[in-house]
Design a protein around this ligand. Structure first.
Ligand code: ZN
Ligand code: ZN
Length: 465
């Protein structure tokens, strides 16, 4: 009985863990590797196992760094079920189809360039047809519903409070007389975040596999974050400018809409137009509406009292590119929420091009900005940026609101681990080495925990725990 760490080992993306129990093999997550071009090339490499010999997959949540290689797995011969929460299956439909669409477009562009240089065309990673086939493998579960996924292995999902449908996975494994319980945190939510419940508390495990994205950081308290956002909106109002908000379509966008609704009077939002300028965010917001049973108490109350926690009286949804372009003529009084979250593409880039040169414009950065992205350049104070072949001076005011994270910070991660009664050994995953090492030190100091940070490909025997 063993676990092998195949992705998100000493790094954040590409989550993938292979379990062997008796003669059965299954994966938890099968995510895309994301980052630089060189790094992403690894997605094209064959899996380090035979996909035909994988009996099942358990998927923690819909983010592509956890789900994005599932269509490749199916394409390579995987025949089993993909067990996941109902809401994750719904979100995956939107996200994987979008990923396939963007990849096909990018490869077409690339192939035109290759043809001009006499090079062979390349194939897309997968197409929308591959995604449709993958969707047929989903077997959906609710939180707390224990299911035998292969003989001797029972999986139970619990709310991870990270995005809609996100789950931590409790695995009960049996092989002959040997019984082990492994808990994987998945991406662990940030307690107190709007809309969703706080991460579930589990107390029993023989091994904990835990994420460590913010293992070296502490988030600002929520109240301070809301106060900061209110001040930015008010100062932009007296400046008579627009506010651009680059935001991820899943999670962050819904939190923003919800928080704007909650502070509508207080932040003087009736004086603004709010544009949700992203077809994918419009679709995922509809899914957040549909799964109201997963809200926390405050969001359920907001739904009771106002009907829809994501609608504002002055919200405009712009689906078509024409509608999006019309926003460009507005010089003041528009809050524009658009993707992508790190400004690496999507409609936000067009809005930035139109607005960055204006002193009255405010850019509100609410998410993590990776190195090398346009969003990061703005955060780092770039004086000019290069957009669509032009140098654009940055005169707009750039604000970074750090508290709005979808991941637990060091204190949150330690608190979650602290609920396990027998202080089981911990394997840290899903973090940059610095964050991981800081969290490992913290857990050793606070709980005398046995902490490891496995390398890619490393195996850990569960029999000898
Ligand atoms: Zn995630
Ligand atoms: Zn993740």
């Amino acid at each position: 009985m063993e676990i092998q760490f195949l992705g998100a080992a000493r790094e954040v993306t590409g989550s993938c863990y292979l379990f062997q129990v008796d003669k059965y093999r299954f994966l938890v997550d099968c995510g895309l590797i994301q980052g630089t071009f060189e790094h992403e090339k690894k997605n094209w490499e064959p899996f380090p196992f035979n996909p035909r010999e994988i009996d099942a997959v358990v998927l923690t949540h819909a983010h592509l760094d956890h789900s994005g290689r599932l269509p490749l797995l199916v394409k390579a011969g995987f025949r089993g079920f993909i067990y996941t929460h109902r809401a994750t299956a719904s979100l995956c439909r939107v996200m994987l189809e979008d990923a396939a669409y963007l990849n096909v477009k990018e490869v077409e562009r690339n192939n035109r360039y290759r043809a001009r240089n006499g090079k062979e065309p390349i194939e897309p990673l997968y197409t929308q047809d591959d995604v449709y086939t993958t969707e047929r493998h989903f077997k959906t579960l609710d939180y707390g519903e224990a299911t035998e996924i292969v003989p001797g292995v029972t999986a139970t999902l619990h709310d991870a409070g990270h995005i809609l449908g996100s789950a931590m996975v409790e695995l009960d494994l049996a092989e002959g007389d040997l019984a082990r319980k492994v808990v994987l945190s998945g991406d662990l939510g940030h307690a107190g975040a709007p809309i969703l419940d706080d991460p579930a508390v589990l107390t029993e495990a023989d091994l904990v596999v835990m994420e460590s994205t913010y293992g070296d950081r502490c988030h600002r308290p929520w109240e301070a974050t809301w106060a900061e956002m209110g001040e930015i909106i008010q100062s932009a109002h007296s400046n008579k400018g627009n506010i651009l908000v680059p935001a991820f379509a899943v999670g962050r966008t819904q939190e923003l809409l919800y928080v704007l609704g909650q502070h509508f009077q207080e932040w003087g939002l009736h004086e603004w137009y709010v544009f949700l300028d992203s077809p994918m965010a419009i679709e995922t917001t509809a899914l957040y509406r549909q799964y109201a049973g997963l809200y926390d108490r405050a969001a359920k109350a907001a739904k009771e009292n106002h009907g829809d926690p994501f609608s504002l009286p002055n919200l405009r949804l712009t689906k078509t590119p024409e509608e999006s372009m019309r926003i460009n003529d507005i010089r003041a009084g528009a809050i524009i929420i658009a993707g992508s979250g790190m400004c690496t593409g999507g409609r936000i880039v067009h809005h930035l091009k139109r607005n960055l040169a204006h002193e009255q414009c405010h850019v509100l950065i609410v998410g993590f900005q990776a190195r090398g992205t346009l969003g990061r350049s703005l955060v780092d104070g770039a004086k000019t940026v290069h957009l669509f072949g032009e140098d654009v001076p940055v005169r707009a005011q750039i604000h970074t609101v750090g508290g709005l994270s979808a991941h637990a910070d060091q204190a949150g991660l330690a608190e979650w681990y602290g609920h396990f009664k027998k202080r089981p050994p911990v394997a840290l995953v899903h973090g940059e080495p610095e964050a991981m090492d800081a969290l490992a030190e913290h857990l050793r100091g606070k709980f005398q925990a046995r902490v490891s940070c496995p390398e890619v490909g490393e195996r850990l025997s569960l029999s000898s725990l």
